[in-house]
Write a protein of this length. Structure first.
Length: 386
């Protein structure tokens, strides 16, 4: 409460208005008008473009806080926002978004450490962050054919291999110094590096990590060591990271066994979907949740996973769940706000005072929201979402 009081004390009247009105709206479960997917995607892209302009360094601001405004640019998530901008540039036929994606890629080059890793704050190399930047560098290379992006991606991938343990687990250079099963998403980035470099070591290392991650999966599909820290109930956000890394590895490596493990995790979450299309914010090992709020990023991530599973299996239940999620998410997006930090952005939690990214609009929430809606409109994008 002390920190909250400190924040409130320094608020100007406008901030207080946005905080109080958003909290009241969410408390009363008031939602916004939903339009076509294209309208919502454009609003979210424009929000990300606004976020990119805040720090004048080419990177995308990590989030907009109702208390503190725009945050510094975030190396990790700027990395995987790059493919989203290239996809939207193609869909909209607007080269501005391609130019912005390249600016993001150049921002990443300036932030790469001498070791090849990418930082998670204060120049500390972090495994997960490095993997997410690889996605952007690989896509920038595919789009521009400029070898500097390929070289940077390979340097980052080489570092990931150098700090991986023999069993495929990463135990060093981790967020909060805990192992994370959701580094399957980092393994997926190594497969993208393999795609552009044909370096077999990247493919072999990715498969080793996936095999280690499968050793963490319980019979009911839930993953151990999958929260930010051991005492935390894993968020849908990190659970979806794990599932998507596994799913993409299954597709790239053509492993049916991996698909079976993906379904084992994706189906219980689908069964937990609420009538309004939302998901509980976190799950324990029995697929029960201790929270009533929803992690909005996780909703969109699961929509992407369900859509890809529908493409693979033709099981209509997955597409129905994805569409319900997308409809809910559109109604959670404010496209009429006069505050550019809010308009088109996606909250961390609904209600906004849920404990995941409270009172914030994270850039990664907007990224996955865009990907989920664009995939619904164009299934051919399935192999271009990272």
């Amino acid at each position: 409460m002390g920190y909250l009081n400190y924040l409130i004390k320094g608020l100007n009247p406008k901030n207080f208005y946005y905080i109080s009105s958003t909290c009241l709206k969410d408390f009363l479960k008031k939602h916004h008008t939903a339009y076509s997917n294209a309208v919502h995607v454009k609003a979210a892209i424009e929000w990300l473009s606004t976020a990119q302009k805040q720090n004048k360094d080419g990177g995308v601001s990590a989030h907009y806080s109702l208390f503190e405004g725009w945050a510094p640019s975030y190396v990790e998530t700027t990395g995987y926002i790059i493919p989203t901008f290239f996809n939207y540039a193609d869909a909209s036929k607007n080269p501005v978004y391609k130019e912005e994606a390249i600016q993001m890629a150049d921002f990443e080059l300036r932030n790469q450490l001498q070791s090849g890793a990418f930082p998670g704050g204060k120049n500390m190399p972090i495994v997960f962050n490095t993997g997410q930047v690889i996605f952007g560098l690989c896509r920038a290379y595919e789009e521009t054919k400029d070898s500097k992006y390929k070289e940077a991606a390979e340097k980052a991938a080489d570092w990931l291999l150098s700090v991986m343990d023999k069993d495929g687990c990463w135990r060093r250079y981790l967020y909060l110094n805990h192992i994370h099963t959701y580094n399957t998403r980092t393994a997926w980035s190594l497969l993208y590096a393999h795609k552009i470099s044909k370096n077999i070591r990247y493919k072999e290392a990715a498969e080793k990590n996936i095999e280690w991650a499968l050793s963490q999966q319980l019979e009911n599909g839930w993953f151990q060591n999958n929260a930010f820290y051991p005492e935390q109930e894993p968020l849908v956000h990190t659970i979806a990271y794990s599932i998507q890394g596994l799913l993409e590895a299954a597709i790239y490596l053509r492993k049916k066994r991996y698909i079976e493990s993906v379904i084992k995790a994706a189906v219980p979450i689908m069964h937990a979907q609420r009538p309004n299309g939302s998901l509980p914010g976190s799950f324990n090992k029995k697929w029960k949740s201790s929270v009533k709020w929803s992690c909005l990023t996780g909703n969109s991530q699961m929509s992407i996973i369900w859509q890809k599973l529908f493409i693979l299996t033709k099981d209509k239940r997955f597409m129905d769940a994805a569409k319900k999620s997308n409809a809910y998410m559109k109604a959670a997006q404010n496209t009429k706000s006069h505050n550019p930090g809010i308009n088109g952005g996606i909250q961390g939690s609904f209600p906004i005072y849920g404990w995941y990214a409270p009172f914030c609009y994270p850039n990664w929430a907007a990224k996955f929201f865009i990907d989920a809606l664009m995939l619904e409109d164009n299934p051919n994008l399935a192999n271009k979402l990272y």
